[in-house]
Ligand binder design. Structure first.
Ligand SMILES: Cc1ncc(COP(=O)(O)O)c(C=O)c1O
Length: 416
């Protein structure tokens, strides 16, 4: 039921949790992108207590249509019954033991069968770990330290690849990482001319997609420059498909670019809310990978492996990529019409499955935050900074309800 925007977004339980959180969490950059503070406090509910399908419930029992999907993982919707059943079945017989679970082999076989061109894989828990592991394998193979990545590109929270240099003693770690403007083929070629033989890998995302900015696909001359630099200098390509995997192309987003990476990484959607990520590599890199020591206590948990196998089955069986594309198109058309009807000048950028809404001339993001807050107050979570994510659980009726909420939120947002 629609709620009055006079109510603060957080109810009494949410506010009490904030008071406690402010005492026991450090705040600031720690957990930043998962904190409602990232959207501006009071814009989105601070705490999600329950989630199912495309709906989440906050600490005060208020329900929302959700377009975040836990920042990406829930491509099938929260708590997909078949994924949860597979996880429960596995947990009834084994969570983790001292030696490999059979599902470690099965899940890697299943992933390799879907992502052609790779012959070995490693599963881990989060995206940051597998991107960094990919860089380590590339360094081991080439015997070089340098990495090339792109301005503002996000590759997780490992300090070396952090988007902006971290203040303090670890700053030096980033000195082996050169950042080049996205789509600047010439800058990449020039960098390679001067220092090409010092780089182990180019680490790249399929798109330049950043909070509150227009999303930019890779241009064809940029991809050609990557291929040329790679061929001339023996630099490997480590593809970071942690966020976009399964959402841009059903068999790896690198296919959109026509690029065959040496190593690729998956995370987020692979487990639909269960902690599993993967690094996949070409045969030539297996030797280098074998020389690296890599392990952790919970990397061998079998239930997330069961979740990933269920995701792979359901994703193909239910033609999830087609569904999220259709729902994304419906949302985009509805939002455009709602903005138009209320006199807002907006653009919608990024793939329809992972859209970002921008208000024209909204340089400080103030209108975006007001819109997000007005929508949250009425029962829909449209993050004002991060891209949104469509899921298999968003049905046409959910999209239409969300568009109605968006229309009311637009009407309550100043025009400039
Ligand atoms: C493109 C990309 N790479 C890597 C990561 C890091 O993944 P994780 O947060 O699971 O460590 C993210 C997370 O948002 C991401 O978007």
């Amino acid at each position: 039921m629609a709620r009055s925007i006079e109510n603060p977004v957080d109810g009494p339980q949410g506010q009490a949790l904030w008071d406690r959180a402010d005492r026991v969490l450090p705040g600031g950059g720690i957990y930043l992108s998962r904190s409602a503070d990232f959207a501006g406090r009071g814009v989105l509910p601070g705490f999600i207590a329950e989630a199912e399908g495309c709906r989440v419930t906050d600490a005060d029992g208020r329900r929302y249509i959700d377009f975040l999907g836990a920042n990406g993982p829930n491509i099938l919707g929260y708590r997909h019954p078949e994924v949860e059943a597979a996880v429960r079945r596995q947990a009834e017989v084994l969570t983790s033991a001292s030696l490999f679970p059979p599902s470690l082999v099965e899940v890697i076989e299943r992933i390799l069968a879907k992502f052609a061109g790779f012959s070995w894989g490693v599963v881990s828990k989060n995206g940051s770990e597998v991107v960094s592991l990919g860089a380590r394998v590339a360094r081991q193979h080439t015997g070089r330290r340098g990495l090339i990545t792109f301005d503002r590109a996000y590759h997780g929270s490992e300090p070396e690849l952090a988007t902006s240099p971290q203040p303090g003693p670890l700053t030096e770690l980033t000195s082996d990482v050169a950042r080049v403007p996205w789509n600047d083929a010439q800058a990449l070629v020039d960098l390679a001319k001067t220092r090409g033989d010092s780089f182990a890998a180019i680490v790249l995302n399929p798109l330049d997609q950043n909070p509150r900015l227009e999303t930019r696909p890779a241009s064809s001359d940029f991809v050609q420059a990557i291929e040329a630099v790679r061929a001339q200098h023996g630099i490997l390509v480590v593809f970071d498909d942690v966020r976009h995997g399964f959402r841009l192309h059903s068999e790896g987003s690198h296919r959109l670019l026509g690029l065959e990476p040496d190593l690729t990484t998956l995370g987020k959607a692979l487990g639909n809310g269960h902690a599993i990520s993967a690094l996949l590599g070409r045969e030539e890199l297996r030797r280098a990978a074998r020389k690296i020591f890599y392990t952790s206590t919970y990397m061998f948990e079998a239930p997330p492996m069961a979740a990933a196998m269920a995701v792979l089955d359901i994703y193909d069986r239910d033609a999830v990529f087609d569904h999220i594309t259709r729902m994304g198109e419906r949302l985009r058309a509805g939002i455009a019409a709602a903005a138009d009807a209320t006199g807002h000048r907006i653009s919608q950028t990024g793939p329809v499955t992972m859209p970002t809404l921008l208000f024209d001339g909204d340089t400080d993001g103030a209108r975006q935050r007001i819109f997000a807050r007005e929508a949250a107050g009425r029962g829909a979570i449209f993050h004002p900074g991060l891209n949104w994510n469509l899921s298999a659980a968003h049905m046409a009726s959910d999209i239409d309800e969300a568009v109605q909420i968006a229309a009311a939120a637009f009407a309550a947002t100043p025009l400039d």
